[in-house]
Ligand binder design. Structure first.
Ligand SMILES: O=C1C[C@@](O)(C(=O)O)C[C@@H](O)[C@@H]1O
Length: 143
């Protein structure tokens, strides 16, 4: 909680700073700034704090998750980018701080290359959100 409000931290991993110009047929035309502005507005509507963090560096993401333990973060929404399929370290950080998290993807990783189907986060996430043809699909189960 921060200032009496629920506090959500949105973390975007590598290459998501290129949203809008990066493979737009897969990731769409909205920039990261557009996505963050929409998230901020939704936060206001829900009377919640929303903070954003993006990094191309695995260790910087681990550091930010560790900071979340003491900065009042109640929940994390994470798009790990390419680290989805590789990062034991980010998974360990999330489990280490014991903050509930949702895994989010701009594309449908389950309908892409087979090696993208595996996620180091999916068994621990409260929910998994992927986007299918411009609509959003909840894949995981809310617990
Ligand atoms: O960088 C990304 C973006 C992604 O996480 C997505 O949002 O669809 C999917 C990953 O496989 C990919 O490496």
């Amino acid at each position: 909680m921060r200032d009496g409000k629920k506090s959500v931290l949105v973390i975007n991993g590598p290459n998501l700073n290129l949203l809008g110009t990066r493979e737009p047929h897969i990731y769409g035309h909205e920039s990261l700034a557009d996505v963050e502005a929409a998230g901020k507005q939704q936060g206001n509507e829900l009377n919640a704090h929303v903070d954003f963090f993006q990094s191309n560096w695995e260790g910087a993401i681990v550091d930010r998750i560790q900071e979340a333990r003491t900065d009042g973060t109640d929940g994390i929404i994470l798009n790990p980018g390419g680290f989805t399929h590789t990062s034991v370290a980010i998974r360990d950080a999330l489990l280490g701080v014991d903050i509930p998290f949702i895994e989010l993807h701009v594309s449908n990783i389950h309908a892409r290359e087979e090696w993208r189907h595996h996620s180091y986060f999916q068994d621990k996430a409260k929910a998994i959100i992927v986007s299918i043809s411009d609509s959003v699909c909840l894949v995981g189960e809310l617990s």
